[in-house]
Design a protein around this ligand. Structure first.
Ligand code: AKB
Length: 311
């Protein structure tokens, strides 16, 4: 029987992952750990700082945890404003989890990487799985180092750690915070509330994106795949679709004809300019059967329908 700990469980990905893991393994077997508490989730909650290695180990032992999903991180825009802490959270947090697997306390780890691992010298279109990786953001540097540590712990100590390079994730159930791709969620709320949006990226900033449901399915699928199928132990590219703010605005106009968008690019536009426009995910497809379900049109449809119900 699996006993699962999700660290950073109250973030954008964590909340949706909790729901799907609970459906699969039973709500009583999925524990939500975060530095804060929420009153709208049914999983057992633990206040935990991933940097507190002792508290983490005690929790894992007490609850007989078998798998850890470590999602605790500062996203790209926030990390630029808090360099040292972003690095510490990303890397020391990862070490605390990797070391538990090395010491035999847990069997399997999920750790998310991101398209932010790529930088200005990476080929932008259909970015390959193995390519130049020279990130120039705090978040990207942390992801690059983390990927290498995952690979190192796998090669040297046999740690079963698995990872995906998430594109920008878009969902209606939980809000992102501090990312460069957050505009692609905010825009739906503003379109439905005010019929207008002031975008912090430039109109042509094309980025790889994905509907949250696909990302959660990818996360659980990679964790469920037989170990021998996981041939990449840094992190796998996965792709959904790519669009620019201008292209997304056009799609939204099909549903809200009076919608207008203005552009006021800030430092996040410079971050976006260093990231790929599209991603080649052949390795994930071949090794563990990754396949996205949602197209951009599906995404716009579901976001508008669901957010309209909420507001
Ligand atoms: C961000 O924008 O920082 C994240 C990411 C691409 O990892 N959504």
């Amino acid at each position: 029987m699996e006993r699962i700990l999700v660290i950073g469980a109250l973030g954008q990905v964590g909340r949706e992952l909790l729901e799907q893991l609970s459906n699969k393994f039973g709500v009583e077997n999925v524990i939500a750990a975060d530095i804060k508490q929420a009153d709208d989730i049914s999983n057992r909650q633990e206040i935990l700082d991933v940097l507190d290695a002792e508290a983490l180990r005690n929790l894992v032992k007490r609850e007989s945890i078998t798998q850890v999903y470590n999602l605790a991180a500062l996203l790209s825009a926030t990390a630029e404003k808090n360099i040292k802490f972003a690095w510490k959270l990303s890397i020391e947090g990862l070490f605390n989890v990797l070391d538990m697997a090395k010491d035999g306390l847990i069997n399997k780890i999920f750790w998310p990487s991101s398209i932010a691992v790529f930088g200005p010298t990476t080929p932008k279109d259909s970015t390959p799985q193995h390519t130049i990786i020279e990130p120039n953001t705090v978040y990207g540097i942390g992801k690059q180092a983390g990927e290498q540590w995952c690979n190192y712990y796998h090669q040297k100590f046999g740690v079963d750690v698995r990872s995906i390079r998430y594109p920008g994730l878009i969902g209606h159930k939980s809000l992102p915070g501090g990312g460069t791709t957050d505009y692609a969620v905010d825009i739906f709320y503003e379109a439905l509330k005010n019929s207008s949006y002031n975008c912090f990226l430039s109109s042509a900033a094309t980025l790889p994106m994905m509907y949250m449901e696909d990302a959660i399915r990818a996360t659980i699928d990679i964790m469920e795949a037989p170990s021998e199928n996981i041939k990449v132990r840094t992190s796998y590219n996965i792709a959904g679709f790519s669009f620019s703010p201008a292209e997304l605005a056009e799609k939204i106009k099909n549903h809200i004809p009076n919608f207008t968008i203005t552009y006021n690019p800030d430092f996040r536009d410079q971050i976006a300019a260093t990231w790929p426009s599209s991603i080649n995910d052949e390795a994930a497809k071949k090794d563990w059967g990754w396949q996205p379900k949602y197209t951009l049109d599906d995404l716009v449809e579901v976001m508008i329908t669901e957010i309209r119900k909420k507001i």
